[in-house]
Design a protein around this ligand. Sequence first.
Ligand SMILES: [Zn+2]
Ligand SMILES: [Zn+2]
Length: 142
Amino acid sequence: MGIGGNYGELLKKENLRNTKHRNSVIEIIAGNGQPIDAESIFLKLKEQNISISLSTVYRVLETLVSKEIVSKTSINCDNKALYEIKDAQHRHHLMCVKCKKMLSVDGCPLEEYEKALEDKLGFSIKGHKLEMFGYCQDCKQE
Ligand SMILES: [Zn+2]
Ligand SMILES: [Zn+2]
């Protein structure tokens, strides 16, 4: 889904009014290329001369998360929650502890392991979180 694409449709499907604020927040998250925190979203909206308060950004995010349009990543950057567009794709994140850059990696190595655990423990696994920390290519050279 491209930036400025069918987010209106997405909102409509969830019976949400297609407000400028909601649309703009989704566009920023989608266009950012990596998970982003509420404050950065707020600053980017300001740059675009969109008048919104930080508390409204949080409220919009809450709505979008509850409608499963946006998801909150389990990774915390300086104790700030990070948000990304939720899609069917299950992915994991790598975070650089130095520059805070985050990479999303597609695919999951844990499916086999989940199955094995389900068999062994009779547990019905509905999901998991796996985040990796370290130094990115730029930072590890120093
Ligand atoms: Zn780095
Ligand atoms: Zn996984």
